[in-house]
Design a binder for this molecule. Structure first.
Ligand code: SF4
Length: 92
């Protein structure tokens, strides 16, 4: 995700207060959160590991169907995997 880019999210503004505590809000390298480079993705995930609003961020990414970037410590690929498992669980 890139809180540092100042991008606007959809959804309820009241639900987005967590963004003020985001560790990546003032990061020096916001691009790593939207990079396809494995090293960048790993660095972004390391920032997420120390973020106090990681779960809120991840929930927001699922709720708003974020297809790109690192959110809540998970890459887009990892989020798709979680989503697939959730869907499979519902179908079984
Ligand atoms: S979990 Fe990661 S992407 Fe989400 S707000 Fe925190 S640092 Fe940013």
């Amino acid at each position: 995700m890139s809180l540092a880019t100042g991008s606007t999210f959809g959804g309820n503004v009241e639900d987005e207060d967590w963004r003020f505590a985001a560790k990546c809000k003032n990061t020096a390298a916001p691009d790593i959160f939207y990079s396809y480079d494995a090293v960048d993705i790993r660095k972004a995930k390391q920032e997420c590991n120390a973020c106090p609003v990681r779960s809120e961020c991840l929930n927001f990414a699922f709720k708003t169907l974020q297809d790109f970037g690192v959110w809540g410590g998970l890459s887009a690929r990892e989020r798709r995997k979680v989503k697939r498992k959730q869907l499979q669980g519902r179908l079984l």
